[in-house]
Design a protein around this ligand. Structure first.
Ligand code: F6R
Length: 240
């Protein structure tokens, strides 16, 4: 694991942005695995700026998102479909036909089959990950098999609580999602994880120093051959 600790978030996100601008310029047909949540937002903002300054083009980039809530209409502002359009896709020159997110509105078994077949036919070059405060990656909650592929999940109570900040009330947070499995995430050629803030420090510690165990899904990253973890000082505060 390549671990980078930054003094502050601005420096962290600048470093991740520079990395993405470089790899996209080196390979304009790159296939990116993307994430939602709070963590990638500053990166997406910086990438929009880089696009506006003609430093990068997404014309031929293909993207696959990690997950989607089940049951929210695509038009709901917290659906990951809307999130990706609002936070990134609507502001860059990506071809929307090259952007893929599991469907949270069609029958889940159909959505899973369709997404898995896409993943099986596309090698993700770089998978971006955030980290759940309980160590989840995607919506692969503690206890998920390391052999899992795309599947339906029930969100952990702690995840529902964490994500309720985006909704009017905790009751409005969907309880289920469709997520890429851990095996799918591990198939990416390269993995980039970002974690910031004190509330991630324990999960960061266990991910890096703990046993590789399904009780802490992100611990599997210890077994990936090319993973870079970008941390701010708070998220790194418990590291040895
Ligand atoms: C998002 C995702 C989740 C988040 C994680 C951290 O697509 O798959 O694993 O990355 O829950 O969320 P934030 O960034 O909101 O702290």
């Amino acid at each position: 694991m390549n671990i980078k600790v930054f003094e502050n978030k601005a420096e962290l996100y600048q470093a991740v942005t520079d990395f993405y601008v470089q790899v996209i310029n080196e390979n304009p047909n790159i296939i990116l695995g993307l994430a939602t949540g709070t963590t990638p937002v500053p990166l997406y903002k910086n990438l929009i700026k880089a696009y506006q300054h003609n430093q990068v083009s997404f014309k031929n980039v293909k993207t696959f998102n990690l997950d989607e809530y089940i049951g929210l209409p695509q038009t709901h502002k917290e659906s990951y479909y809307s999130f990706m359009r609002n936070q990134l896709f609507n502001h860059i020159d990506i071809n929307l036909e090259n952007t893929f997110i599991p469907s949270g509105t069609i029958e889940p078994s159909k959505a899973i089959k369709a997404y898995q077949s896409l993943l099986d036919n596309n090698q993700i070059d770089i998978q971006l990950l955030g980290l759940g405060s309980n160590g989840h990656i995607g919506f692969n909650e503690p206890g998920t098999s390391f052999e899992s592929t795309t599947h339906k999940t029930t969100l952990a109570a702690s995840t529902i609580k964490d994500n309720s900040r985006m909704f009017d009330s905790v009751e409005e947070v969907p309880t289920e999602s469709i997520t890429m499995g851990i095996k799918d995430i591990m198939r990416a050629s390269k993995i980039v994880m970002i974690a910031t803030g004190k509330n991630k420090a324990q999960a960061v510690y266990e991910m890096i120093h703990g046993k590789v165990d399904e009780s802490l899904p992100a611990s599997i990253l210890q077994k990936h051959k090319d993973v870079t973890i970008y941390l701010d000082k708070d998220a790194a505060s418990l590291l040895k």
